[in-house]
Design a protein. Structure first.
Length: 129
């Protein structure tokens, strides 16, 4: 799977409400930088016991690929590179390289915290989080 180009992230939102764990990256569109697309990682550990083993883990969706809405993509790897302020995500179908230089340290800390919680069972490879 060839790496994608670097996606500039404007901000990161996270959610940890006891049921859902969510990390969402707001990515600028390449041809229209004033428009934002969401790359969202989501996991609901509370309900995973009801799913088959191969349906468990972090689902990944990206507004840029609406045709993928019928097929769940799962996170396989996440790498946070603090020195270059970037995040690399690898799913079963795609690879994303995210430029998080514009994101504040509190948002990065929240992202790392939620990603660690998402990986409570080692479902994906994690480095730097």
């Amino acid at each position: 799977m060839p790496p994608s180009s670097m996606h500039p992230v404007s901000f990161i939102t996270t959610e940890d409400n006891g049921t859902d764990l969510v990390v969402s990256f707001a990515i600028q569109q390449p041809l229209e930088p004033e428009k934002i697309e969401s790359l969202t990682l989501q996991r609901a550990p509370k309900f995973e016991a009801l799913k088959d083993e191969d349906e468990r883990g972090v689902t990944v969706s990206f507004d840029r690929f609406p045709e993928d809405d019928d097929m769940e993509d799962r996170l396989e790897e996440v790498h946070y590179f603090a020195s270059e302020k970037s995040v690399e995500l690898k799913t079963k179908r795609r690879r994303y390289h995210l430029d998080v230089r514009r994101v504040g340290p509190e948002e990065i800390a929240d992202m790392r915290k939620v990603l660690r919680k998402m990986n409570f069972d080692g479902q994906f490879q994690a480095n730097g989080i």
